[in-house]
Design a protein. Structure first.
Lengths: 354, 476
């Protein structure tokens, strides 16, 4: 199935007799396997509204991210949340779509300053499990009119509704960028990153990979020059080159066999978790979000969750299960009751989130 | 404005209900004396008043859970109340409801600078959250203008914003976790010191749900390192359109000020008469604030001033000292009070796409003439959040109704041009019936289905947010 309009999509869902697997660009292989008729969103494509002076973009869910990024770049603007691209890590092919980024709440290093995808998302249109077309939020960045289903839909992996249109708050692109590098091992990295984020220098990326802690500064030219020098002095580091795209997309694990896990923890817990993961058998660890996002490469099928003290862990590649972190019973009960209201027949990506 | 008819059963059972609540809470935490419950008859939308059946002030999450469980079992509606500063009637009681106030929940529970969060009880005021961390160089970003008085619980319920949200976002962007009690008395922990959820984003759903999904008793809030400094520039124009174009050009140039405030002539005059801030008598005044080190502030202000000069401002005044900064902000901060000196007023907060500003201001002027009521406009220009202040005389029969009708017309206009009914105050009772303008039946039904999940009996703040006819069956 590949509808060309929202109305067509709604009709397909309304008349569906069984489970549907929703596919955007097909580049994000996340969650459990879904047995269902494929529904491709690629026909719902195109930027419906772009107002640079209002920092606002509205696009159909199947629009390729590359198309959006190209248009925004021309106007020195960008999506604030730096969506990560899973193609290298998962060995997937195709073109990532904006709907896929929203459905997975895909957020990169800038998560720590500009927020996640869900924070920039200001409106959605979607088709629920009964084939009803629903809108929530809109195209203005301040909106408290009714419940915020926008956040609920972000990261719901197509299990509550099929996104048809999404609206974003944008940011000006950085006119200058600099990175401060500190050579150290991971045991001290969280402390360095905490010092940086505790400084007034407005850090927009903080990661640690292979003996290097990297801190990104973005903004106007003079400002970036001033802040990077001040930060380098504070941390006894130096200004240098760093591949933020590679960190964002976890490219370091791309060529290697094994499962890949993604953990979200309080930032200072990052290295503590890293050590525990290595003890359990993890082969390599990468840190983003000032230590709060921990990527682990591990032998196939190994359960790494016992290393976790708080936060959650997701399997993003390989054979370990369950892929989504099990939730406490009362929260899981609410989630399943919500799913039953949005999709009473249980036909939208059933079982994707466990 | 209508409220549902009170339940005769509950009114008749008052003594029994209060007796049961007194078994759960200490004597002083249950208030049923009509002289004292009167203090809870309204919030900052003072045009509507109704004393509740009783007021409970639990001092812990466990007490809150016990109270809610008892009310659930007795089938008594509960209206949660933060500090009572809602401008939308979010904490307005009905005669058959219990007000659950969080005023006794004010402790700081944990401060963690390494992980940049503070955990507080939800009755704590917004400003005192920053107060708890500022000596260490941190602050809590959302800054609603009532921040001296308003409670974090209410901020979460309404997803409050503030003047600086262009850069820092609103409450939902700065909230990491909550402890929330459901109407059935179940205690839920959602989120925490880590980012984002393992499953559905229930935290995002709870924030802004106007106390209809649960009572938040504790909150984990993101704190940020304070910038080195901040400085405003004041720019006056003889045309709203030109002021709007100037804002557009600044945003397009890649500068992101922390605040862009806009005032029109009626507000400028009122603020000037009230505070003598030295505002010029112009059609539109912008106050633009930037942050950073001295050099960064200069770099940003130079860019902004260069752009502004192209638009031939009538006046352009860059602050040269903390005293001058305070003077520039003084009039803006006192704007509502200054308008209140002239007459009673109703403050709306519809949001519009910023490109629609000239059209909307023109239309508001026409409506003002049509209704014969004066209007002043204060506007968070960076994010499109308007604040039209409609002046009326509460003592003149029919004036409030006329003002409400005009307000409804302005909000309909906001929706019509692509905006929304409320940017930061919430729907409450004030904009409840207008929800039909923004949302169709299916849009509203799925939102109400969310409430069905959290509060199947519709006992928690039931007569709010949704048009009464739309929610009637569920509330019955």
């Amino acid at each position: 199935m590949r509808p060309d309009t929202e109305a067509e999509l709604a009709e397909l869902v309304k008349t569906a007799s069984g489970p549907i697997e929703i596919i955007g660009g097909g580049t994000r292989k996340l969650g459990e396997h879904v047995e269902g008729v494929p529904l491709l969103t690629g026909g719902l494509s195109g930027i419906t509204l772009y107002e640079p002076e209002a920092l606002t973009l509205v696009a159909k869910a199947g629009t390729p991210l590359a198309e959006i990024n190209a248009l925004l770049a021309k106007n020195n603007q960008r999506l604030p949340f730096e969506p990560l691209d899973y193609r290298a890590l998962q060995g997937s092919a195709g073109e990532p779509t904006i709907g896929g980024a929203v459905a997975t709440n895909a957020s990169g290093p800038r998560r720590i300053s500009a927020g996640a995808c869900r924070d920039s998302l200001i409106g959605v249109r979607f088709v629920d499990g009964m084939g009803r077309i629903i809108k929530n939020g809109g195209r203005v960045m301040k909106n408290v009119t009714g419940y915020d289903l926008v956040k609920l839909l972000a990261g719901s992996h197509g299990t509550l509704g099929i996104l048809t249109e999404v609206s974003f708050k944008l940011l000006p692109a950085a006119l200058a960028t600099a990175t401060v590098l500190v050579a150290e091992d991971e045991t001290t990295a969280a402390t360095t990153m905490a010092r940086a984020l505790g400084s007034p220098y407005d850090i927009s990326g903080a990661g640690h990979i292979a003996g290097t802690t990297a801190l990104r500064l973005e903004g106007l030219e003079g400002s970036v020059a001033y802040r990077s020098e001040a930060l380098a002095a504070l941390l006894s580091g130096k200004v240098g080159d760093f591949d933020w795209r590679a960190l964002c997309d976890v490219q370091a694990f791309a060529g290697f066999e094994g499962d890949v896990w993604r953990f979200s923890v309080p930032p200072s817990q990052g290295p503590v978790l890293g050590a525990a993961l290595r003890k359990l058998g993890a082969i390599d660890i990468i840190y983003d979000w000032a230590g709060g996002l921990v990527w682990a490469l591990s032998p196939d099928g190994l359960d790494l969750r016992p290393a976790l003290e708080s936060g959650h862990g997701t399997v993003v590649r390989g054979t370990a299960t369950p892929r989504f972190h099990p939730e406490p019973a009362p929260v899981a009960a609410l989630a399943s009751a919500l799913r039953a209201r949005f999709d009473p027949r249980g036909i939208l990506n059933p079982g994707r989130m466990g | 404005m209508q409220m549902p008819e009170s339940s005769a059963r509950i009114l008749a059972d008052k003594a029994k209900i209060v007796a049961r609540l007194r078994k759960i809470l200490p004597e002083e935490s249950v208030i049923d004396n009509p002289v004292e419950t009167k203090a809870y008859e309204c919030d900052a939308l003072a045009a509507y008043r109704c004393p509740p059946l009783a007021v409970v002030l639990p001092a812990s999450t466990d007490e809150t859970a016990a109270v809610l469980k008892a009310c659930f079992e007795m089938g008594v509606p509960v209206v949660p109340r933060g500090a009572g500063t809602s401008l939308a009637g979010g904490a307005l009681p009905t005669a058959d409801s219990i007000i659950l106030g969080v005023a006794k929940l004010t402790d700081v529970l944990e401060i963690d600078y390494d992980n940049r969060f503070i955990r507080v009880e939800a009755g704590r005021t917004n400003l005192s959250v920053t107060g708890a961390v500022e000596t260490n160089g941190f602050f809590y970003a959302p800054d609603p203008s009532s921040q001296l008085a308003c409670a974090i619980a209410g901020n979460i319920a309404m997803n409050s914003g503030g003047a600086h949200c262009l850069k820092y976002g609103v409450t939902t962007n700065n909230l990491l976790g909550v402890t929330m009690v459901t109407m059935e008395g179940e205690i839920l922990e959602i989120g925490g010191a880590h980012l984002d959820s393992a499953g559905y984003d229930l935290l995002g759903l709870i924030c802004g749900s106007e106390g209809q999904l649960g009572v938040v008793t504790e909150a984990t809030l993101r704190i940020l390192a304070k910038p080195e400094g901040a400085r405003p520039v004041l720019i006056g124009f003889d045309s709203n359109v030109v002021a709007g174009a100037c804002v557009s050009d600044i945003i397009r140039a890649g500068v992101l000020p922390v605040a862009i405030e806009f005032m029109d002539r009626p507000v400028i005059r009122a603020a000037e008469n009230f505070t003598h801030a030295g505002y010029p008598d112009v059609e539109a005044l912008l106050i633009i604030e930037v942050e950073g080190s001295e050099a960064e502030i200069k770099e940003q202000l130079d860019t902004i001033i260069k752009i502004a000069r192209k638009h031939n401002p009538v006046e352009l005044r860059e602050s040269g000292s903390p005293e001058e900064s305070a003077t520039i902000w003084k009039g803006r901060k006192a704007a509502f009070g200054a308008m209140g000196q002239i007459n009673d007023y109703m403050c709306l907060d519809g949001t519009i796409p910023v490109s629609q500003l000239p059209k909307v201001l023109r239309r508001i002027t026409e409506l003002s003439e049509q209704y014969g009521l004066d209007v002043g406009n204060v506007f968070h220009a960076g994010d499109g959040n308007m604040h039209p202040l409609i002046l009326y005389d509460a003592n003149k029969p029919g004036d409030l109704e006329k003002c409400e009708d005009m307000g409804a017309d302005i909000l309909k206009l906001c929706v019509e041009v692509g905006g929304c009914l409320t940017g930061e105050h919430g729907v409450g009772v004030e904009k409840r019936e207008l929800m039909h303008v923004q949302y169709n039946e299916a849009d509203l039904d799925i939102q109400m289905a969310v409430k069905d999940v959290f509060d199947p009996e519709w006992l928690l703040n039931p007569a709010k947010v949704f048009p009464l006819d739309a929610s009637a069956e569920r509330r019955a």
